[in-house]
Ligand binder design. Structure first.
Ligand SMILES: NC(=O)c1ccc[n+]([C@@H]2O[C@H](COP(=O)([O-])OP(=O)(O)OC[C@H]3O[C@@H](n4cnc5c(N)ncnc54)[C@H](O)[C@@H]3O)[C@@H](O)[C@H]2O)c1
Length: 252
């Protein structure tokens, strides 16, 4: 039987890239899924629906608290619950890789606002619904860059380090309500937009390939084992943890 039958999930940043792959996998495991993004989610929603998934899509900017609350309310209204929250939305593929000396304050604030405050907003919006049921799964998405100290994206690394720290503190605040909070830290993954920029990102492609234990490129599907485990009751006694999925580049 599918492992998430009867559960409802929200995936932010799910119009394309890894988020769309997460949403499809959650639906395949039987969850009803809300896909949200600042981009149009209709193509991703249609593809999952055609494959038999029970999904809705909506436009949500995770920096807007009211929009995050509306996303949760619409999900509850459509499906009756918001059991699983995957905080995947981030400014990542679109970021220009550059020295920290060339990152200005506005760009720093924008990255922190989406990647860190966006997670805060989504968790804050979903937690009350989870508390009502005495059960919930929050899966934050950080990055292996926080352990390896990858250069030329200091704001991004800082924003994801904050997500990792928030995961631990949130796990303690929400554990008494039956809510687990964990992080997936992906390695450099050939998502849609990264694949499209492969030629410009050769430095990162090679760095990852050369430093991994498993000698191949990482694909979005490589993240699904950890995702479904953290979304399912199998992980009910696992909280405040970061699972690094990167082919063994980081070992911690
Ligand atoms: N691809 C990788 O190598 C890699 C590695 C480590 C971590 N990650 C993380 O995994 C996640 C997905 O990665 P990806 O490669 O698919 O990234 P991506 O940049 O292609 O996708 C991010 C998605 O978030 C959406 N988004 C951006 N700002 C938003 C906002 N304000 N509100 C709502 N949605 C917004 C975008 O429209 C996009 O669909 C991100 O959190 C990323 O940081 C990716």
């Amino acid at each position: 039987m599918a492992r998430l039958t009867g559960k409802t999930a929200i995936v932010t940043g799910a119009a394309q890239g890894i988020g769309a792959v997460y949403a499809k996998a959650l639906a395949q495991e039987g969850a009803k899924v809300c896909l949200s993004d600042i981009l149009d989610t209709a193509p991703a929603v249609d593809a999952i629906r055609e494959a038999g998934g029970d999904v809705i899509g909506m436009e949500t900017d995770v920096t807007d608290m009211d929009a995050c609350e509306a996303m949760v309310a619409e999900t509850v209204s459509a499906f009756g619950a918001a059991d699983i929250m995957v905080t995947n939305a981030a400014l990542f593929a679109a970021l220009k890789r550059r020295s920290f000396l060339e990152i200005d304050g506005d760009e720093w604030d924008k990255v922190m606002s989406i990647n860190t405050r966006g997670v805060f907003n989504c968790v804050k919006a979903a937690a009350p619904e989870m508390k009502k049921k005495g059960y919930g799964k929050i899966i934050n998405i950080s990055s292996s860059t926080i352990y390896s100290g990858v250069p030329l994206m200091l704001h991004y690394v800082a924003s994801k380090g904050a997500v990792d720290a928030m995961t631990k503190a949130l796990a303690r605040e929400l554990g008494g309500d039956g809510i687990t909070v964990n992080t997936i830290a992906p390695g450099f993954t050939m998502s849609d937009q990264i694949e499209a920029q492969r030629d410009n990102l050769e430095f990162y492609v090679n760095l990852s390939l050369n430093s991994r234990a498993v000698k191949r490129e990482q694909m979005p599907d490589d993240l699904l084992g950890a995702l479904i485990f953290l979304a399912s009751p199998e992980s009910d006694f696992v909280t405040g943890q970061a699972i690094v999925v990167d082919g063994g580049m980081i070992m911690h």
